[in-house]
Design a protein around this ligand. Sequence first.
Ligand code: GLP
Length: 239
Amino acid sequence: MRIRVFDSPHDAGIYVAALAERVIVQRPQPVLGLATGRTPIPFYEALVRLHQCGLDLSNVIAINLDEYIGLPPDHEQSYACFMKRHLFSRTNIAPENIHIPNGVASDLAQECARYDAIVRRCPIDFQILGIGVNGHIGFNEPDDLLLTKTHVVDLRPETVQSNAALFERVEDVPKQAITVGMQAILQAEEIVLMAFGQKKAHIIAETVLGEIRTEVPASVLQLHKNVTVVLDKEAARDL
Ligand code: GLP
């Protein structure tokens, strides 16, 4: 794993956008695996700025990691809405090239299978990841087993608590989500894991320096040959 430590999330975002640009300009149809949460926002801001400076994103295929169950795409706290706000409405990524799991599908098993078929058809070139305070990536929560395929997951209490910051009340946070499994993530050609702030310092140390454990899902990234961990100084404190 390559570790890069920046003075600020802003500087880190510019670096990650430059990494993404390299992939975007080299591939005829680059597939970006995209994440939500507060962490990737500086990256999206930098990518939007690159687009404003001339970077064409019309050939990009965007595949998001996850979505809350029960939130329709136009719900303000849905990940579909988040992505629209921070990236999709501000760039020229074609609407038909945008993929996000449907959290209100009537048949969730079918929705999981549909999403896996998309990832099989469009393997990810460049995967952006944040990390949960408990080490989850996407919504692959700590458990005895890590699931390979797209699946429905019960969110752990610490995840609900931590993600409540983006909702009005903790009771409003959905208790389930649909997420790609570890396979889609680990088959990405290149992975960039971002983490900022001292709240992430402990789990980053476990992820990077600890043994590989399903209790720390992000630790399996140690097995991937092309991972860059992008941190600010606070998140790197325990390394
Ligand atoms: C959610 C997302 C993850 C993200 C995590 C961390 O749980 N499913 O992909 O990494 O939030 O969020 P934040 O970046 O806001 O700390």
